[in-house]
Design a protein around this ligand. Structure first.
Ligand code: SF4
Ligand code: SF4
Length: 342
């Protein structure tokens, strides 16, 4: 276990930024936090999490895929992919680190998505253990330990130091470069901090929420549950829940005529939108109830069915905080799954 005293944190960030772009959660003026690039003096936010998840680093909200130029009957296809440089995402919480495993299932399974794969290969993740999880957190429901996040390097913050442990080759290489600022730290300090956090986790209101009623093979049982009517009745179809979600991965592909050629780009889409997956014959989900059901059946039944039991939710709580009608996956799990605390 290595340790960096907190008064050397800016020096640590400067050292990281010598070799790679460094991104970290930064406070906004409205009390929220967002990922941004570090520059001298940029303070690391104390917020539990960012409003939007760090999935943008690998799967940006909009991304050019290719360009076309036409001249008469000739069409030139221009590859816009560029080798990207190493970058470090610092301060990623356990739930968001787990979301990358879920996205990997989608984008790195053959046929691999080369746009995503390139960024994933160059991204170095420094996670940080949670100290004060919020009442909206339920990562434990999906087997995630907020005190022991994965990533290339795991960090624990105490009152006076940051403790760091490399988990991968990329992580070891990063810590090697920071060696001048690091010293040996005791495991006891980390254990004590983890114990403190576990006491908070034990008291969280969603601690009893389970996935017992969900998983692969539950389609027949859950699809026609009459509770979907009431659950979806006031859904606005705004898509906020999908845009803040670290695991939502649907996108649309569009062409834009610049007047000097065509840019083909992709942008996030939402299964909550009425035009989502519309085909030549029309749309196969005609009501908001069907669209709403699709989102939760996908996360809780279809995804685990096709991915060795892996659920497509990490319990980050963002949709609980942001839905304008206070509807969310927890309410669905309680109502449809008969979970405690209904
Ligand atoms: S569940 Fe909430 S956030 Fe999601 S689309 Fe419906 S109203 Fe919007
Ligand atoms: S469904 Fe909600 S709680 Fe689950 S990962 Fe997405 S935003 Fe987080």
């Amino acid at each position: 276990m290595l340790k960096c005293s907190l008064d050397k944190l800016q020096a640590l960030f400067a050292k990281i930024a010598e070799n790679a772009k460094l991104y970290l959660p930064i406070d906004n003026s409205d009390g929220t936090a967002s990922y941004g690039e570090w520059s001298e003096g940029t303070a690391w936010s104390n917020a539990l999490n960012t409003t939007k998840s760090p999935k943008d680093f690998f799967f940006p909200q909009t991304e050019d895929l290719m360009k076309f130029k036409t001249e008469g009957k000739n069409i030139e296809v221009i590859d816009v992919r560029r080798e990207c440089e190493d970058f470090v995402i610092f301060g990623v919480r356990a739930c968001d680190v787990k979301s990358f495993d879920i996205l990997d299932r989608v984008f790195l399974t053959e046929p691999r998505d080369s746009y995503y794969a390139m960024k994933r290969a160059h991204g170095i993740i420094v996670s940080v253990a949670c100290q004060k999880p919020a009442e909206t957190c339920f990562c434990g429901t999906f087997g995630i330990d907020a005190t022991e996040p994965a990533g290339d390097v795991t960090a624990w913050k105490s009152e006076d130091a940051l403790y760091l442990r490399a988990n991968t080759e990329k992580g070891s290489a990063l810590l090697d470069k920071l060696a001048d600022l690091l010293e040996e730290g005791s495991d006891e300090a980390v254990t004590a901090q983890k114990e403190k956090t576990k006491k908070i986790l034990d008291k969280l209101p969603l601690k009893e929420l389970t996935t017992d009623a969900f998983g692969g093979g539950k389609t027949k049982e859950l699809f026609d549950d009459p509770a979907w009517d009431a659950l979806s009745a006031t859904c606005l179809g705004c898509g906020t829940c999908t845009f803040v979600c670290p695991t939502c991965q649907c996108y649309d592909i569009k062409d834009f005529n610049t007047g000097n050629g065509v840019v083909r780009y992709r942008c996030w889409d939402s299964c909550m939108y009425s035009e989502f997956t519309r085909m030549a014959h029309g749309n196969n989900r005609l009501t908001q109830k069907e669209r709403f059901r699709q989102r939760f059946m996908h996360k809780l039944v279809y995804f685990p069915e096709n991915n060795d039991g892996m659920f497509s939710c990490v319990g980050c709580g963002r949709c609980l905080a942001k839905c304008p009608i206070s509807m969310n996956i927890v309410k669905v799990m309680k109502k449809i799954g008969g979970n405690k605390g209904e």
